[in-house]
Design a protein. Structure first.
Length: 136
């Protein structure tokens, strides 16, 4: 085996380990507005939103209450929270459970990436926690 072919074989063997379709980071900018479409893989209740109200500040509608939180972003790294919320009565147990899950997911997020179908994914350890779609 020639000296040239050994490095070539090593390079070819490493190709499957390369992730060609790695997701791209997504920059949150003031004025961005999103509908939350999923929380931990489950469809989000209708009307849940996330808005970038100013640099470093998020707000929106949770399943029951209005919410707000600070955030820090550096490329794909994202830290949110803790979140604050109004204290309106939530008479629907399913929406209340979804709200608790939403806040837990927000505060657990460690990155943000553009998804393959136009969605924006807030992830923890590469696993989607919250799925967003840009609002019109």
């Amino acid at each position: 085996m020639s000296r040239l072919s050994l490095p070539l074989l090593v390079a070819i063997a490493a190709l499957p380990a390369c992730r060609i379709s790695d997701p791209a980071p997504f920059a949150l900018e003031a004025g961005h507005s999103f509908a939350v479409t999923a929380i931990d893989g489950q469809p989000a209740p209708e009307g849940v939103t996330l808005e970038v109200v100013e640099p470093g500040r998020l707000a929106g509608q949770a399943p029951c209450n209005r919410w707000f939180a600070n955030f820090n972003q550096d490329a794909a790294t994202l830290r949110i929270g803790p979140a604050g919320a109004t204290r309106m009565a939530c008479l629907d147990d399913e929406r209340m459970s979804a709200e608790s899950g939403f806040f837990a997911a927000l505060e657990a997020v460690d990155s943000i990436v553009a998804g393959p179908d136009g969605e924006v994914l807030l992830t923890k350890g590469g696993k989607p926690r919250i799925t967003l779609m840009r609002a019109p």
